[in-house]
Design a protein. Structure first.
Lengths: 167, 224, 261
């Protein structure tokens, strides 16, 4: 015989905890799942967005390409305009995201007269090389994101941003 | 482990008297359904409180998606009900709970009435209870508008017209409720939202606290 | 309060260092009958009732999704409003002659006010010591009378309400994509002189309006359409078609063909 016999009071305590836990779980489980839905919602694969940029007109100098698409945000659908810095590297077309990896400002090609061959972020003077690599000693901690790209009838299509694969 | 934590806190704050005051009170035989099945009528008050807790929780979660704005209110409700996981259940809990809480509260009122429990010395608690009844009806009325669907809009129109038929101050009450003398629209929705989510719940908390404190003070009414 | 010389406190606080209350439940054996402790004995029973109730409640929410009608449209003048069920009694009360029109104040304010006021003042109106409902016939009778009239009014309002029309009028209107062949004989007849009163309500684009549902995307057969055109339906009066019976048949077939692919 074990000496640790469960007393009546302990037994009541355990059942009380159990039943209370069941009620709390029954009430809260749907609500918590409801609240955390945004992290569990699957994002559809980003479709490619048509731009007005002809691929044949691209040069090896980055040019800014604006593209807009329909963004569905819960119950609110809106037209969002984004841009990309696009250039040709040999036969490859490279599209870089203009969002600075430091604090999310927008970078410009040749925005700093002292460094005409670099991307420049005016907020905290961050700089990136042409392939998006962040210049050491400036605030950004990583290279610029790269867009997936595609082509249709000679026009450039831009997909979703991914990690920079050039470096 | 838990006992050690309890002792540590108790040594500093002396919480045992508070805790024992909540836990220690006697439940007499005549209200205990385990001894007399007919005593189940004494459950309705507790169930009313239980649904009220569910209403508060589900309401808090619903406001994560809901927008009190005539352009988006309906869309956000449609979205949370059809696109968000368990949205149908959380909204369902709030929707059905609103009806159930009225049913339970009504049954509780009848129990108190027919057992004569409102008599001296419990007159004040009865008054507070009637106040809770009114607040609950107000919550039901204001909450009905929030999804901003057809029946919400037109039922509220009728309700506001009833308020407007109060002599002398009717038009004032109407304007105060609707936010505009003639339009039932954007300003009505935000007002109803504020009343439903902040003002009435605040009143409800105070009244519930009074209700419970008085019950503990006086104990449950004796057998008939 | 045990306060006095020689008391020890925790630090400089007012919390006693010795002789604190033990965390032990009270003994109820001295109490009359089978009185038991609220915590944990009775609470456990309450919570078990609560758990069963919660299961039923969750099943209800799963079985009956909460209704959502179409987005509010203040320009819709044909909508028959209906309050939440617990206000139905009052809604019904306001339909009676002596509770509406010039007497509106009686139905809207005085009767509910009296009922609610009497309820609130019950302890001050019924001041006898008797608690059993059988020993105080007047309060019991008044309450039963009030209950009966509330149930009666709610019942009357439920049976007098056109639930089918109510369901139809609030439905969420899907955007229907139906190509209308504007050269079809049926379309020409419908938009012509014979169909003037059709177009007046259902609109030249057949998409419906404030007073009538859309014709596009209907779920009717040609015969049903013809029947409705002759006899009317719901708010639509009979005999709206001004053309011949042959033309009516053509139009009915045309309208029945306006379905989504």
């Amino acid at each position: 015989m074990s000496n640790n016999r469960v007393s009546r009071r302990q037994f009541l305590g355990y059942t009380l905890t159990g039943v209370g836990g069941f009620m709390a779980a029954g009430m809260l489980m749907p609500m918590v799942r409801f609240a955390v839905d945004p992290i569990l919602q699957k994002k559809g694969d980003g479709d490619f967005v048509q731009t007005a940029q002809k691929i044949s007109e691209l040069s090896n100098e980055p040019t800014r390409v604006d593209f807009s698409y329909e963004q569905v945000d819960g119950w609110y659908t809106s037209e969002v305009t984004n841009s990309a810095w696009v250039y040709k590297d040999g036969d490859n077309v490279i599209a870089l995201s203009p969002v600075c990896k430091h604090l999310g400002c927008t970078v410009n090609w040749g925005g700093d007269t002292a460094h005409p061959d670099q991307f420049f972020c005016p907020c905290h003077l961050g700089r990136y090389e042409k392939n998006g690599k962040n210049v050491a000693g400036t605030p950004p901690l990583g290279p610029l994101d790269q867009y997936e790209i595609s082509e249709k009838d000679g026009f450039l299509l831009i997909g979703k941003p991914t990690e920079n694969t050039l470096i | 482990m838990l006992n050690k934590i309890y002792d540590w806190v108790d040594e500093r704050l002396d919480i045992t008297p508070i805790w024992r005051d909540i836990a220690d009170h006697e439940v007499p035989e005549h209200v205990n359904p385990a001894h007399h099945f007919s005593a189940f009528v004494y459950c309705f008050g507790g169930l009313t409180f239980f649904i009220t807790v569910i209403q508060i929780l589900s309401g808090m979660f619903l406001t994560m998606y809901y927008v009190p704005d005539i352009e988006n209110a309906w869309k956000s409700v449609y979205y949370l009900q059809n696109e968000v996981a368990f949205g149908e259940i959380v909204r369902g809990m709030h929707h059905w709970g609103a009806s159930l809480v009225i049913v339970m509260m009504f049954l509780h009122t009848l129990r108190v009435f027919f057992t004569g429990s409102y008599k001296k010395p419990r007159e004040l608690n009865w008054l507070v209870g009637v106040g809770i009844f009114g607040v609950m009806l107000g919550l039901g009325f204001t909450g009905y508008l929030l999804p901003w669907d057809m029946k919400a809009l037109f039922a509220t129109k009728v309700g506001i017209e009833i308020a407007a038929s109060v002599p002398f101050v009717g038009e004032l009450i109407k304007t105060l409720l609707a936010g505009d003398a003639t339009i039932l629209g954007a300003q009505t929705l935000t007002r109803f939202f504020a009343i439903h989510v902040f003002f009435l719940p605040a009143v409800l908390f105070v009244l519930l606290a009074l209700h419970f404190i008085m019950i503990r003070r006086q104990g449950i009414s004796g057998p008939l | 309060m045990h306060r006095g010389k020689g008391m020890k406190f925790v630090g400089d606080s007012r919390v006693k260092a010795t002789g604190r209350m033990p965390n032990k439940p009270k003994d109820y054996s001295e109490y009359p009958g089978r009185t038991e402790a609220f915590w944990p004995d009775f609470l456990l029973k309450e919570w078990m009732v609560g758990a069963v109730f919660l299961i039923g409640y969750l099943l209800l929410t799963v079985a009956h999704p909460s209704p959502l009608e179409g987005q509010a449209d203040p320009t819709n003048t044909a909508y028959i409003p209906l309050p939440d069920w617990y206000f139905l009694q009052m809604y019904q009360l306001l339909k009676y002659t002596y509770a509406s029109g010039p007497y509106n104040i009686i139905g809207a304010i005085i009767i509910p006010g009296l009922a609610f006021g009497a309820l609130a003042l019950a302890p001050f109106l019924d001041t006898t010591k008797e608690r059993s409902p059988f020993k105080r016939p007047l309060p019991t009778a008044f309450m039963l009378l009030a209950l009966a009239s509330m149930i009666y009014l709610t019942w009357e309002s439920v049976v007098n309400h056109d639930w089918e029309a109510a369901e139809a009028q609030g439905q969420i209107q899907e955007e229907v994509n139906v190509e209308i062949d504007e050269t079809a004989e049926g379309y020409l007849l419908l938009t012509g002189e014979q169909g003037k009163s059709c177009i007046a309500c259902h609109g030249a684009d057949l998409a419906g309006g404030a007073a009538a549902p859309p014709l596009v995307g209907n779920e009717l057969t040609a015969d049903e359409v013809a029947e409705i055109m002759v006899n009317g339906r719901g708010a639509m009066p009979a005999g709206q078609w001004a053309g011949t019976d042959e033309e009516l048949q053509v139009v009915a077939e045309f309208i029945a063909s306006l379905k989504e692919e």
